[in-house]
Structure formats: structure tokens, C-alpha cells
Design a protein around this ligand. Structure first.
Ligand SMILES: [Mg+2]
Length: 349
């Protein structure tokens, strides 16, 4: 089939936290074909990425052939190459991610098969989910067996106590067999992380995430042995297999966390997983419980671990994609609908 039209739009979010996300959160990419199927993808980069798709990628894609996964791979390489002057990382690759996922969705729909089947077939019938957020007790009630808590270093000694209190609450709510993790969003430093590893040792924290910035690859690598057996996780702010090659060379993380809607889509994700497996690290995609990562986890050698963000017990949420798999008793499963198996909520456009 031929690609007839490509367009991106920024949804009308009502529940996005005020921050860089206000105008630079997730985009929807639509790819139409002459076979009558339409593919939808989810990318990052907000209004800037919409401009990149509609102002540049569109003209590179319309009229091109889309009949195989090899076609998607060569289209990805073409868009990457053509966007090098302003791209390589960040918003341009977030835009490319949305396009890539829309191409995979369109191909799956044209072949009446889930994306996971295009990737070689489902290896995990169900994926263990972990709940990220601050509503610890609620996630335990929902049946999750793994939980990641936010923590921020504000510069006071009380920050150690707040981490200990969170870990204690999580251990009590989830029990001894659960995995508990901390995401510190680049607010700790090496000294804090080493001190935390000691003070939190009794709680057996599975990983510390985003301890240092992604520009400190060597410092991340140096930190790994200092906090064992807790792992160092990172990579949600890294882009493409080319970026992850630097991560690998530095030995920066025990756990790689590419975001499939940011790092270059499924096409880049496959290359990153292959590299990670060879390097002997664990690959646990960021927000991997959403369909875009979940199909890759189910069909690849990613860890059996998918991130879900349930929000809070009484919180309201935007529902942009309808039909997304929901965690049941702490597990997720993809459905057998073609493509990614979700429908766009057009009311949000
Ligand atoms: Mg994170």
C-alpha cells in the first residue's frame, strides 16, 4: 500500500500537570493509506513535534510504500537522516516516534494482526505490571505486586526521613516479596544516593531511577557498584539506538528505560533491546504498560515488567486511547485486535 496522508495533532488535555508537559506533552500522529487503513501513533514533543511532522516528515512520507516491517525500518532511517540538522535527540525523535508507531499500527491493521505478531509473536502471555505514583496503599489494594515511588531531594536532612517513611509504607502495604523502586528525577547526587542506599538497605529497594542527569553517563556508571544490590535505572531521557550505544559504552545503567513514544518508536526500541540484551542489562521501557511499549515487551526480550501510572484513587484522567489493557491482579495482557488494538478518543482533538 501507499501512504497517502500524514498529520499530527496536539490533543486538548485537561489533566496534564502544569510543567514542560503543558504544551510539550504527547501528540497523536495519523497515517492514512490507499488501502483504506489508518494508523495511529503516540509521540512526544507537543506543539513543536506537531510542527516537525506536519512541516517536514509529512512530505517525506506521502507517496511512499508501506508493505513490510523492512519498509518501516527504511522509512525510519530516512526520517532520521533527513532531520539530522535539527534532530538526533529530543523533540525531533519524539515526533519520529509518533510517526513510527502510526506506521506499525497501519501495517498491523492492513495485515489484520497485532503489532506484537509483526514483531515475531507473543513471548509473554501476560506482563507483570508495576504501579508508579504516590498513592501507595491504593495500588496495593488494586493487586499490584510492584510499586515505584517518587522522591525529590530538596536539600534538607528531612529528605532522608521522607524516603525511609515512603519505603516503610510500601513494604508494609505490599509485603516482603514485592519490588519497590524510587524515581528521583535527577534530584539526588552521588553522595545522596550512596547515603540512601545505606539507610534504605533493610527495605531492599529494587532500583533507584534517574539519580543523575543523562549527561553524566560516567558518573552513573561509577555509582552502580556503590549502591548494590540496588540497581541504577535510567534512559527515559535518552534517544535512539545511537544514544543508547553511548549508554552501553559508558556502562551507565543496570536497567535501561527507553520510552517507546520518545526514543524513536518500536523501530528504535527493537534496536535498543537487541543492544541491551547483548550488553547483559535489563530493558524495562518507560511507561511500558501503555500499548506502545506493551506490544514490544510482550514480543521481545524486554524484562517482564510494565510500568502503569494509575494516578490517585479519586483523581480524574484524560482518556485519549480507548480499549487500552488494564492491569488485573497486577498483570497486563495485550488484546488480539489489529495494530496496537486501541481507538482514538476523537473528542479530545
Ligand atoms: Mg522516571
Amino acid at each position: 500500500m501507499k501512504i497517502t496522508s500524514v498529520s499530527a495533532v496536539y490533543p486538548r488535555y485537561r489533566h496534564v500537570a502544569k510543567s514542560w508537559r503543558t504544551k510539550l506533552w504527547q501528540i497523536v500522529v495519523r497515517v492514512e493509506t490507499d488501502a483504506g487503513v489508518t494508523g495511529y501513533g503516540y509521540g512526544g514533543g507537543g506543539l513543536a513535534a506537531v510542527e516537525i511532522v506536519n512541516g517536514h516528515f509529512k512530505e517525506l512520507l506521502e507517496g511512499r510504500t508501506l508493505d513490510s516491517t523492512a519498509d518501516i525500518e527504511s522509512l525510519w532511517d530516512h526520517l532520521y537522516y533527513e532531520s539530522i540538522p535539527y534532530g538526533r535527540k529530543g523533540v525531533a525523535i519524539m515526533a519520529l516516534s509518533g510517526v513510527d508507531l502510526a506506521l506499525w499500527d497501519a501495517l498491523g491493521k492492513a495485515e489484520s494482526t497485532p503489532v506484537a505478531e509483526l514483531l515475531g509473536g507473543v513471548k509473554k502471555d501476560r506482563v507483570r505490571a508495576y504501579a508508579t505514583g504516590a498513592d501507595t496503599d491504593w495500588y496495593a489494594e488494586l493487586g499490584f505486586s510492584a510499586h515505584k515511588m517518587p522522591h525529590r531531594w530538596n536539600g534538607s536532612p528531612g529528605d532522608f526521613d521522607s524516603a525511609i517513611a515512603s519505603a516503610k509504607q510500601a513494604r508494609e502495604a505490599f509485603g516482603p516479596a514485592a519490588e519497590i523502586m524510587f524515581d528521583v528525577y535527577m534530584s539526588w547526587n552521588t553522595e545522596v544516593a550512596v547515603e540512601m542506599a545505606g539507610r534504605l538497605a533493610e527495605f531492599k529497594v529494587h532500583w533507584f531511577e534517574d539519580v543523575l542527569t543523562p549527561d553524566d553517563l560516567d558518573a552513573n556508571a561509577a555509582l552502580r557498584p556503590l549502591v548494590k544490590p540496588t540497581r541504577i535505572a535510567g534512559g527515559e531521557h535518552e534517544f535512539t539506538h545511537i544514544g543508547f550505544a553511548d549508554v552501553e559504552r559508558a556502562g551507565a545503567y543496570d536497567v535501561w528505560q527507553p520510552d517507546i513514544t520518545w526514543c524513536g518508536g518500536i523501530t528504535a526500541g527493537l534496536r535498543i533491546v537487541e543492544m541491551g540484551v547483548k550488553a547483559g542489562v535489563q530493558v524495562v521501557p518507560h511507561r511500558g504498560g501503555e500499548v506502545w511499549g506493551l506490544h514490544l515487551i510482550a514480543a521481545s526480550d524486554c524484562q517482564d515488567f510494565g510500568e502503569v501510572l494509575p494516578g490517585t484513587r479519586d483523581g480524574e484522567r484524560d482518556e485519549l486511547w480507548m480499549g487500552e489493557p488494564q492491569a488485573k491482579n497486577g498483570y497486563l495482557a495485550i488484546n488480539d485486535a489489529p495494530g496496537f488494538g486501541v481507538e482514538l478518543n476523537e473528542d479530545m482533538l
